[in-house]
Design a protein around this ligand. Structure first.
Ligand code: 48F
Length: 257
């Protein structure tokens, strides 16, 4: 059979369009495909939720690929090792209660498990705004990342979501736009994002879990974004908190229905 370029083009357009159309309304829209977002997607999709991840970059994985300072190994503490075990990611003990894993194996495996559980990733798409109805965030306003990067004057489009997770890491981009544009008070002490504090791994890892919760009607916050929103410190290249946060946010949303 002679391959036909036009058939290849049509296959891509038709299949992508179907996938995108199927996800114009979802149970959970996750903004950011870093470790917290991917783990949340895995558990939510596994529980039967329709899940879409919107990721600005070409690849998911966020800050995990580069381990610490581009040394591509990650560290997790004992409590989080069970999540790596669940995904079948190999770990090696390093002193009592510290484990290491290959960062590339970790990202690629978590992503693969989330996809196989049924989550869909829309990469190269950036969330630039939200849709609000009666004080609740009900959707995301998205555009192609190259449109954003080139600052092209092109209108974005909107998808509907029953629940949204801001898993955008240090920048808390969904919350930033809510704070800037909406009359919605966040469930923080000040009603606004408090902002991330300097490095304190032990405290940050514990707070990441505590701070993983609903932050305003329709929006949950997970991963580093949770600490940045509630004023917790950063933790550097220990990733257990991100994994546990992803699982916790999924459990909260599953319980909320
Ligand atoms: O930063 P990121 O990995 O967030 P995380 O899952 O994990 C944090 C750790 O990597 C690391 C840490 C703290 O020291 O342990 O920093 O909380 O992944 C966030 C992802 O969100 C994407 C961004 O490209 C990245 O892949 N992202 C950010 N803003 C947007 C976005 C946006 N507006 N639209 C779409 N994607």
């Amino acid at each position: 059979m002679e391959l036909n370029e036009i058939t290849i083009t049509r296959a891509i357009i038709e299949r992508f369009s179907k996938k995108f159309l199927d996800h114009t309304e979802v149970d959970v829209a996750i903004v950011g495909g870093g470790p917290a977002g991917l783990v949340a997607a895995y558990f939510l999709a596994g529980a039967g939720k329709k899940v879409a991840i919107f990721e600005r970059k070409l690849s998911v994985g966020g800050g995990m690929w580069g381990g610490g300072m581009m040394f591509n190994e990650i560290v997790v503490q004992k409590e989080a090792k069970e999540i790596l075990d669940l995904f079948g990611i190999r770990t090696e003990a390093y002193q009592t209660d510290y484990y290491t894993a290959d960062a590339v194996e970790a990202v690629s495996t978590i992503c693969s498990c989330a996809m196989k559980a049924g989550a869909k990733v829309f990469n190269c798409m950036s969330v630039e705004d939200v849709m609000i109805r009666e004080g609740r965030v009900t959707g995301l306003v998205i555009t192609w990342s190259p449109v954003e990067m080139a600052r092209l004057h092109v209108d974005p489009m909107t998808i509907g979501a029953r629940h949204i997770i801001d898993a955008t890491g240090h920048d808390t981009e969904v919350l930033a736009v809510i704070e800037r544009k909406a009359d919605i008070r966040l469930y923080t002490e000040t009603g606004k994002r408090i902002g991330e504090r300097s490095m304190w791994a032990d405290r940050a890892e514990r707070l990441t879990i505590e701070n993983t919760r609903e932050i305003c009607p329709g929006v949950y916050v997970a991963g580093m974004a949770a600490n940045a929103a509630f004023g917790g410190p950063r933790m550097g290249p220990i990733f257990g908190g991100m994994l546990l946060s992803g699982r916790k946010v999924a459990e909260l949303i599953i319980a909320a229905g």
